[in-house]
Design a protein around this ligand. Structure first.
Ligand SMILES: *[C@@H]1O[C@H](CO)[C@@H](O)[C@H](O)[C@H]1NC(C)=O
Ligand SMILES: *[C@@H]1O[C@H](CO)[C@@H](O)[C@H](O)[C@H]1NC(C)=O
Ligand SMILES: *[C@@H]1O[C@H](CO)[C@@H](O)[C@H](O)[C@H]1NC(C)=O
Ligand SMILES: *[C@@H]1O[C@H](CO)[C@@H](O)[C@H](O)[C@H]1NC(C)=O
Ligand SMILES: *[C@@H]1O[C@H](CO)[C@@H](O)[C@H](O)[C@H]1NC(C)=O
Ligand SMILES: *[C@@H]1O[C@H](CO)[C@@H](O)[C@H](O)[C@H]1NC(C)=O
Length: 457
């Protein structure tokens, strides 16, 4: 949340806005306000004669780093979406305020309204683009914050030998600083902790959220899967997928640009994969790529939705004997967590116990393997979170539990009983998504999701 504040605060310093030359700032003005949803909206204009250019340069660099950082951090902050939508409304308000200002004749301060308008439009665009790519825990925050404090000091110094305009700036800066402090508190409060594995494992699973019956609205489509891209590429930050059928055969996938589109069953893409049919329903979408079990030859397959290219790898050790208890053909179970891509299977060598393998995303090969102590046929399903494999089983028709965990870091296994409710007895797909720390379950035709809480000690 602070990021957009700071970007707004540094309009002419952002590379995206670098066409606004520093020397164009002929006089100064600062405004700060708290938006509808508590976010800060700030504009800063400073006189070029007194403004320290070296600091501008430094901040330009910081700003550049920040944008780079944002590009790396895609889709970490879905829950900020509502706030950002409000923020965009706020920008519209600002545009209105500017037009009012324009009408009045304030000529002791020269604001370039046209530039301001361009800037606002640019921010709108930027915010749209960055909507899901903010990493709020970045140390760049603190660095920018320090920079603002320093600017306050500079302005204080300037005040001694300049006129009332600078006094106005000083007051505004003081206010701005207070607002930023408030924003930072707020930001700490809502920090989502996405991607953080500094914990000792899963503590609990929330109540189920039963989203709805599958997109075919068919209760007989008991085999399937749904979820969200666990590492979305730019432009597909909120992509959801669904596939379902009346048998474990997998012929097609539906892709939705966001959650609402999924609910409305309004897919932007339908992928027919006949020729590369799948089976077993333990597929996931990661980096705009569907990973699934190919029927023939029996192998792990991927469909890269960006390149529209298929690829497959036979795992010679994987057996077609051992499935999970609720569904047939589940020989390869794909998973994605904070550490990357995984596939779980059982083999004759492992005598039916689950083998956990790390997939190398680039080569689409297996780069590491762990032998776990749990029989696949006694398991409901399995998933990965923070490098730990969690295995489930039924307690009763409406209750499931995580009863086993295997930590790939320590190679230790653990018996657990973390219970959670299910809507229907059987399910064919259960996966953790590290981008929102939720579990997605395809529960006998229904989309169900859960929040995962970790034990932070
Ligand atoms: C600065 O801008 C605000 C609104 O953006 C305006 O109300 C004010 O009159 C301007 N001038 C000064 C000196 O603050
Ligand atoms: C801010 O000012 C302090 C003291 O003048 C200085 O030590 C520090 O490096 C400055 N910070 C930045 C980010 O410029
Ligand atoms: C956010 O950024 C910090 C520092 O750049 C990094 O250590 C952390 O892993 C990032 N968090 C996420 C969720 O990517
Ligand atoms: C992990 O969390 C503990 C307790 O919350 C904290 O003391 C420790 O510094 C954290 N470690 C890292 C690497 O962030
Ligand atoms: C899941 O987490 C979100 C965000 O923290 C919260 O709004 C929601 O109520 C939680 N859902 C359940 C079922 O606990
Ligand atoms: C998918 O294809 C695109 C375009 O060729 C490529 O950049 C990307 O790395 C591929 N992704 C995966 C996961 O193979």
């Amino acid at each position: 949340m602070m990021l957009q504040v700071l970007l707004l605060l540094l309009p002419a310093l952002s590379p995206a806005l670098s066409w606004i030359p520093v020397q164009d700032w002929e006089s100064g003005n600062v405004t700060a306000s708290v938006g509808l949803s508590g976010q800060c909206v700030c504009q800063v204009y400073l006189p070029d004669t007194t403004f320290p250019a070296n600091r501008v340069q430094h901040m330009q660099q910081v700003s550049k780093d920040l944008i780079l950082e944002m590009e790396i951090q895609i889709n970490k902050m879905e829950r900020y979406e509502v706030k950002l939508v409000n923020y965009l409304k706020e920008l519209t308000d600002l545009t209105y305020r500017v037009s009012v200002l324009e009408g009045s004749s304030e000529n002791y301060i020269k604001l370039d309204f046209e530039l301001l308008r361009i800037e606002i439009r640019e921010f709108e665009y930027l915010v749209y683009q960055l909507k899901h790519s903010l990493n709020s825990s970045s140390p760049l925050f603190d660095s920018l914050y320090t920079e603002i404090r320093n600017m306050t000091l500079i302005v204080k110094q300037l005040e001694t030998y300049d006129n009332q305009n600078l006094e106005v700036i000083r007051i505004k800066f003081a206010k701005l600083q207070k607002k930023l402090e408030e924003c930072q508190k707020d930001h700490e409060f809502i920090q989502p902790d996405i991607g953080n594995c500094n914990h000792t494992g899963i503590l609990s699973i929330s109540k189920p959220v039963v989203v709805q019956l599958n997109a075919h609205l068919s209760a007989s489509y008991q085999y399937g899967g749904w979820g969200k891209d666990s590492k979305p590429v730019r432009g597909y930050e909120n992509m959801y997928f669904y596939g379902g059928f009346s048998s474990p055969a997998v012929y097609d996938f539906y892709l939705y640009s966001d959650y609402e589109k999924l609910i409305l069953r309004n897919a932007f893409q339908h992928r027919d994969i006949r020729g590369w049919e799948g089976t077993g329903n333990n597929y996931i979408v990661h980096s705009n790529t569907i990973y699934y079990q190919r029927y023939s030859p029996f192998s792990m397959a991927k469909l890269n939705l960006t390149a529209l290219k298929y690829d497959y790898r036979v795992i010679s050790d994987a057996s077609q004997t051992f499935s999970y208890i609720y569904s047939h053909n589940q020989y390869l179970d794909f998973a994605a967590d904070e550490n990357g891509l995984w596939v779980m299977y059982a083999s004759e060598n492992s005598k039916g116990k689950i083998v956990l393998a790390k997939i190398d995303e680039k080569s689409f090969g297996i780069k590491d393997v762990w032998n776990t102590g749990v029989f696949k046929q006694s398991a409901g399903n399995a998933f990965m979170a923070c490098g730990v494999m969690y295995v489930t089983r039924a307690v009763d028709a409406n209750t499931e539990e995580i009863f086993y965990a295997y930590d790939t870091k320590t190679k230790e296994e653990k018996q657990l009983s973390i219970q959670f409710k299910k809507f229907q007895e059987k399910y064919s797909n259960l996966d953790y998504n590290p981008s929102d720390q939720k579990l997605y379950m395809y529960n006998n035709g229904y989309y169900v999701s859960y929040n995962v809480s970790f034990n932070k000690k």
